[in-house]
Design a protein around this ligand. Structure first.
Ligand SMILES: [Zn+2]
Length: 411
């Protein structure tokens, strides 16, 4: 059986990579050099060319880094790297939880460090060239250190608990692990803006003025329990804008990126927020949560079938069961399932976006939402004509043209 597992791992890695390559290829071949008819209202030739170049620049880097990580993981698998690393660490840590934690730590840092040159290039060359980058090397470096610290504390902590449950409970571990995951998901949702956002950004209360008044009016009109309106200094890193809601039950807060406020008129911002309120009113937020919890349960349940099977470790070259090797093998074998669940998730998410847009134009000016969406997309040079297959697999939001069409037919 171990040969079957090995072959399955190999095939799944190759299959995943080939699917991505095909989608990228279709998407890049799908571009016209002159502004397509239906985009002429938003793009002049110069800006359109700029958006194509921006997309192309990111694709090139993405492609090289994709190839590199594919080749690296293939070589690692075929040359027995997973077992080599295990044997290297085994004398130091013995067959303990620490062995597993350090093992994952080494793999994480090795692959992260490999990606650093690409990250630097994307930020300081491409984003810089197209005028989006606001990050300084110092901020970039400090962000990196902070995210490493978070990964070690949070990722390491969660991994420790999972390993502890697996080794002490046995096959029934998945139920307990699921309960822990649900608790963590709810906790992060509750404390996201108070605990996590401030690690990277500054949040300030939105000052009094037309915008605050209009947002409060909207929340009151739609019976939305808004308790806090905050502004986040996203401009420290990028010129791209965004907004989101946080919190549960009767205590909701909005976080607006300062970059969003800068670029949009008040009625456009009200349209964007009405869309976000739409997500809440249409129960999308709670739906996403339930979906996440169900997927988590499915994955842990499947994991419980495989976690104590020594043949998975052996497929990676070991001579006996090691929990961390089984987790790696399972992670790869789960790939096709997560591709399918991701795809279904995107289908649901795109449907939700249409519903939130429909809600927004029912309660605010449709023209304002349209202008806001156009501005958001064109200012960030986003791909307005992606290939339909690419959209189907990867897009959590419909394209701008699809959304405008839907708004026009609903308005
Ligand atoms: Zn949305």
């Amino acid at each position: 059986m171990q040969a079957v597992y090995f072959n399955a791992i190999l095939v799944i890695l190759v299959f995943g990579f080939v699917v991505e390559q095909i989608l990228d290829f279709l998407n890049s071949k799908n571009k016209e050099t002159t502004v397509p008819e239906d985009l002429r209202n938003f793009y002049d030739q110069e800006k359109y060319t700029k958006s194509l170049n921006y997309k192309r620049a990111h694709n090139k880097v993405g492609n090289i880094s994709g190839w590199m990580s594919f080749v690296a993981s293939m070589l690692f698998l075929l040359l027995g790297g997973f077992n080599w690393l295990n044997e290297l660490l085994l004398p130091e840590f013995g067959d303990t939880l620490w062995l597993s934690l350090v093992y994952f730590g080494v793999l994480f840092f090795a692959s992260d460090i490999m990606g650093i040159p690409f990250g630097l290039y994307a930020t300081f060359v491409i984003e810089e060239k197209f005028g989006f980058n606001k990050t300084t090397p110092t901020t970039y470096f400090i962000d990196k250190i902070k995210s490493y610290a978070m990964t070690i504390i949070l990722g390491g902590g969660i991994m420790y608990v999972l390993l502890l449950l697996i080794t002490s409970i046995g096959e029934q571990f998945w139920l307990y692990a699921w309960a822990v995951m649900v608790a963590i998901m709810i906790f992060t949702n509750f404390f996201y803006t108070t605990l996590f956002v401030p690690i990277f950004n500054k949040l300030t209360s939105l000052e009094d003025g037309e915008l605050r008044t209009e947002i409060e009016k909207l929340a009151a009109k739609l019976n939305f329990p808004l308790t806090k309106i905050q502004v986040m200094n996203a401009s420290k890193r990028t010129s791209k804008g965004n907004a989101y809601f946080a919190g549960f039950g009767k205590k909701k807060s909005i976080v607006l990126f300062d970059t969003l406020i800068e670029k949009h008129e008040v009625d456009e911002l009200v349209g964007i927020l009405a869309h976000e309120i739409g997500h809440y009113k249409k129960k999308h937020i709670i739906g996403n949560m339930v979906q996440g919890i169900a997927l988590n349960g499915l994955m842990l349940w499947l994991l419980s079938w495989f976690i104590f099977n020594p043949e998975l470790s052996m497929a990676l070259g070991a001579d006996q069961l090691y929990i961390h090797l089984n987790l790696i093998a399972f992670g790869i074998l789960y790939g096709p399932i997560s591709m399918i669940t991701g795809l279904i998730g995107n289908v649901i998410s795109r449907k939700n976006e249409y519903e939130a847009d429909a809600y927004a134009i029912e309660h605010t000016k449709p023209e304002a939402l349209k202008t806001a969406l156009i501005r958001l997309s064109t200012d960030s040079l986003s791909d307005l004509k992606p290939h339909p297959a690419y959209v189907f697999m990867h897009y959590s939001h419909p394209t701008l043209l699809q959304r405008l069409k839907a708004i026009n037919s609903n308005a």
